[in-house]
Design a protein around this ligand. Structure first.
Ligand code: C2O
Ligand code: CU
Length: 495
């Protein structure tokens, strides 16, 4: 199978680009002055090959790549306001970095190879240090060849607790993984193939919770669980159905949201997205209730059973408050916001969707397809015919160092109007910031949720807004890692 082109930038290119970056980009966000330094939490993560047990004991172990020998890597758990110092050792045979997904870190700590740091060579290490500014559910993963490094098991949860968490009986993290395993339980090595890149990415055949194919999760009637869901899959989108339970979403991508029941009862998570779900265990003692993933029509499967103990924890369900305290995010002033347009193109059937949507996007000065992109249309069509590849505003990334596609004036409010002119879903992630999701297809969202990764349906238009308060060059990309590697990635500059 043909491979798509992989980033090949040299260290020299990195040094040149970082020299060009503003010195201001090194300023930490909300950093305490040394005199009042926050408590420091030190962690070491070692990325290395090893064997892990994904499947039940009767099956073989799986050679994987992991942090500290486990998949997922260790749960890093700190309190909001603490400072983290994480030494990452590279025991792989290739370069790596670690990105702290969703955490608003200073640019130099963001873990983007060549753009914010030189990659960590095999056998070398790098120290990341930053403040835990927001409480919430986050995660970490490499940003170098992530389609393979994440796909082989390099990821882990990062939980930042509120100073006074809401009351629950249990705080539980489920890291959802998705693996493409061979019959002998090995990871299929067809990473970077063109078919995955052009379609929905590397969807696997084995879903794990916290690194194991789950059978049952023990609960008790009357129990309240704060379930922190993290989608660490390369490409799989989850739509979790908790049967007769009534999940309440209390946070999305780590950020508190007005507590609400998800649409249609389904908790939908694109790759990289998180949800904090308040789950009251309301079924009968001794019963077993399946949690089903229904995202892909016709491909529903039982994820895990909630196995109720024979005796209840309590008879009456708790009525404790579920509203989480807000994080220190700046509210974008919409009356003064600057508007930008971003259009995603490409992939299988991409030319069809472009032609279909072209009429509506080309019109008006603020249409999704600006002059520059129209000029690129011929080239894009050619590339899309010869091989599936993805574009943001007409440009397909070939590495992490790029001319910024947007320059956002620092400390101003910005609206980014995004158009998914493709036939596929894309979870679009911005680094360094959380944003409000304002509207979908022109309809205001009900909760104006803060997210760092927004799932866009095929042909959907989504508007997001945020204050660009974190200086530096940041990535914007699709978190289907095969799409990212095949071009669906860009840089925006906050200056
Ligand atoms: Cu979770 Cu740029 O990534
Ligand atoms: Cu995508």
């Amino acid at each position: 199978m043909s491979k798509f082109r992989l980033p090949t930038l040299t260290r020299r290119a990195f040094l040149a680009s970082s020299a060009a970056a503003a010195a201001g980009a090194m300023m930490p966000l909300h950093s305490p002055s040394p005199a009042q330094a926050a408590p420091l939490r030190e962690v070491t993560l070692r990325a290395a090959p090893g064997r892990v047990r994904l499947l039940p004991a009767a099956d073989a172990e799986t050679p994987a790549w992991s942090y500290n020998g486990s998949v997922p890597g260790p749960e890093i758990r700190v309190k909001q306001g603490e400072r983290l110092r994480i030494t990452v050792e590279n025991g792989l045979a290739e370069e790596t970095t670690v990105h702290w997904h969703g955490v608003r870190v200073p640019n130099a700590m963001d873990g983007v190879p060549y753009l914010t740091q030189p990659p960590i060579d095999a056998g070398k290490s790098f120290v990341y240090e930053y403040d835990a500014v927001d409480a919430g559910t986050f995660w970490y993963h490499p940003h170098q060849r992530s389609f393979e490094q994440v796909g082989r098991g390099l990821y882990g949860p990062l939980i930042i607790e509120e100073p006074e968490p809401i009351r629950v009986d249990r705080d539980v993290t489920w890291v959802l993984g998705d693996w493409r395993l061979t019959k002998s339980a090995e990871i299929s090595d067809d990473f970077g193939n063109m078919h995955d890149a052009m379609h929905g990415g590397r969807i696997g055949n084995t879903v794990t919770i916290n690194g194991h194919v789950p059978d049952a999760f023990a609960v008790r009637r009357g129990e309240r669980i704060r379930l922190r869901l993290i989608n660490a899959a390369n490409a799989r989108i989850f739509g979790l159905d908790f049967a007769d339970h009534k999940p309440i979403i209390a946070a999305l991508d780590g950020q508190p949201v007005e507590p609400h029941a998800p649409d249609g009862g389904l908790v939908v998570l694109g790759p990289a997205m998180r949800a904090d779900v308040i789950l009251d265990m309301t079924a009968a003692s001794g019963s077993r209730v399946s949690v089903t993933d229904r995202f892909y029509e016709g491909l529903e499967y039982r994820l895990v059973d909630l196995a109720y103990a024979d005796t209840p924890l309590r008879d009456k369900m708790p009525d404790w408050p579920v509203v989480l305290p807000p994080n220190p995010l700046r509210e974008p002033d919409m009356t003064a916001a600057i508007r930008h347009e971003v259009t995603f193109n490409g992939g299988m059937m991409g030319t069809m969707v472009m032609q279909e949507m072209g009429g509506s996007m080309g019109k008006g000065s603020s249409g999704g397809m600006g002059g520059g992109m129209m000029g690129n249309m011929g080239m894009m069509m050619d590339m899309m015919h010869t091989g599936g590849i993805w574009f943001i505003n007409g440009v397909a990334a070939e590495g992490h160092v790029m001319k910024p596609m947007l320059t956002l004036e620092r400390d101003r409010a910005h609206v980014i109007a995004m158009t998914n002119a493709t036939a596929w879903h894309h979870p679009i992630h911005l680094h360094g910031h959380s944003f409000r999701v304002l509207s979908r297809n022109g309809q205001p969202t009900r909760y104006r949720e803060w997210q760092d990764t927004v799932l866009m349906a095929p042909r959907e238009k989504v508007e997001i807004a945020f204050v660009a308060d974190n200086p530096g060059d940041w990535m914007i990309h699709c978190h289907i890692l095969e799409h990212q590697a095949a071009g669906m990635m860009g840089v925006f500059r906050v200056a």
